[in-house]
Every structure is written in C-alpha cells, then in structure tokens.
Design a protein around this ligand. Structure first.
Ligand SMILES: C[S@@+](CC[C@H](N)C(=O)[O-])C[C@H]1O[C@@H](n2cnc3c(N)ncnc32)[C@H](O)[C@@H]1O
Length: 200
C-alpha cells in the first residue's frame, strides 16, 4: 500500500474513534469522552453562558449538552423559567441526567435524546438557546440552525461556542446565521475559543 493510502486509512480510523468519543459519544469510548469533556470544558461553557445573560425566568434550550455541565450551570441561574436539552447520544443523555438528577426531579430541567433537526418543541418557546462544540458534527448545520430558530421567541438570543480544536472554522459563520434568518450575528473571541451570538 502507498504511504498516502496508509495515512488516509489511519486518519479514517482516528476520525471514527474521535467521533465515538466526542462527536456522537457511544459505548465505552463515548463514556470516557463524556468524562473528559466534563473535566476540560467547564470554563469555556461558563464563558458562553455568561454571554447569554441568563435571567431567572428564562426558558433556555441547550442542543448537544454532552455530559451536562452547561445544563448544571444554567440550572443555577434559572429559577422560575426552565431548561430543556436535546442530545443525539444516549450515553450523553444518561451522563447529563445523572449530573442533573435533582434539577430534573423538580422539573427545572428536562433532558431528552433527539436530533437538532427535529426539536420536539412548539414554535417560539425559548428566550435563549445555545450549543457548544456541537454544530460541527451535525449532519446538516443549516437545517439545525433553522430548527433552533423555529423554537426560539422573536427577540430571543442564541450562542454557539467552539473551542480551538473543535474542527469548526470561524470563517463564514456569522453569514450562516444570517442565512438561517437570525439578525445581529457577530463573533466574540477569547484565548479559549470563539462564540457566535445572534438574535432571532
Ligand atoms: C463534542 S460534544 C460537546 C458536548 C458538550 N456541549 C461540551 O461542550 O462538553 C458534541 C455533542 O453534540 C451532540 N450531537 C451530535 N450531533 C447532534 C445532533 N444532530 N443533534 C443534537 N446533538 C448532537 C453529541 O452527542 C455530543 O454530546
């Protein structure tokens, strides 16, 4: 086999292992990926949530919540509103439910398995929406953005954050939000990563 072909094959295997660990976590690797995400992404997640200026009565949606650290931070900021989450990994739904068991019992938090393109919520439900290191693995990013927009209130605020090794480029991102129908899309950057903020 040529070197180039071998390299391609290795990349294919690495990509598929990374997908199992972090992209759409599954099995033992997925479980491990969840623990790693929970330990390493808390500060970045807090930064993205701060940008959303969460109010106690906000109804908030997180797509691709992974191990549920963002949900935990949101649950401490919301009291009379509520937090809903959808993730396309059964393993992550289990980890996030375990992490947020108390807030789920009181009804403050609702987490479910599902994909961003088919969000099980009525139109104009949420004041705020976020996703962290998730859009780069959605099958159809534009369909995902339009779907989130559908369930957001008019005037609601969205934040999509990405860390440096997420695989998501910041080029053309604000334009994607505008194409999906959002307004005031702009990029905010720190040394930990970047975030697109926009208004519905
Ligand atoms: C890299 S992880 C990030 C998890 C978490 N937000 C964090 O920052 O630690 C990507 C997450 O997006 C979820 N995901 C992938 N495709 C999705 C889809 N189509 N709809 C909803 N969630 C999806 C994965 O299951 C995974 O939990």
């Amino acid at each position: 086999m040529h070197n180039h072909q071998q390299q391609q094959q290795h990349l294919g295997i690495i990509d598929s292992l990374l997908m199992q660990m972090f992209g759409r976590p599954q099995g033992i690797l997925g479980r491990l990926g969840g623990f790693i995400l929970a330990r390493t992404k808390r500060d970045f997640t807090q930064w993205v949530i701060d940008l959303l200026e969460i109010q106690p009565d906000d109804k908030v949606l997180e797509v691709g919540f992974g191990p549920g650290v963002g949900i935990e931070i949101l649950a401490a900021a919301v009291s009379t509103g509520y937090i809903a989450g959808v993730d396309y990994s059964k393993e992550m739904v289990e980890q996030a439910k375990a992490r947020n068991a108390k807030a789920m019992e009181t009804g403050l938090v609702q987490l479910q398995y599902g994909s961003v393109e088919k969000l099980p919520f009525a139109d104009h439900t949420f004041d705020k929406a976020l996703a962290i290191n998730s859009m780069q693995v959605w099958t159809d990013a534009m369909a995902g953005l339009r779907s989130i927009r559908r369930v957001m209130k008019v005037g609601g605020k969205i934040a999509l954050g990405f860390t440096p090794h997420s695989g998501q480029s910041s080029t053309g991102l604000t334009e994607m939000f505008t194409t999906a129908g959002f307004t005031e899309a702009h990029l905010v950057e720190t040394d930990r990563g970047f975030c697109v903020l926009a208004i519905n």
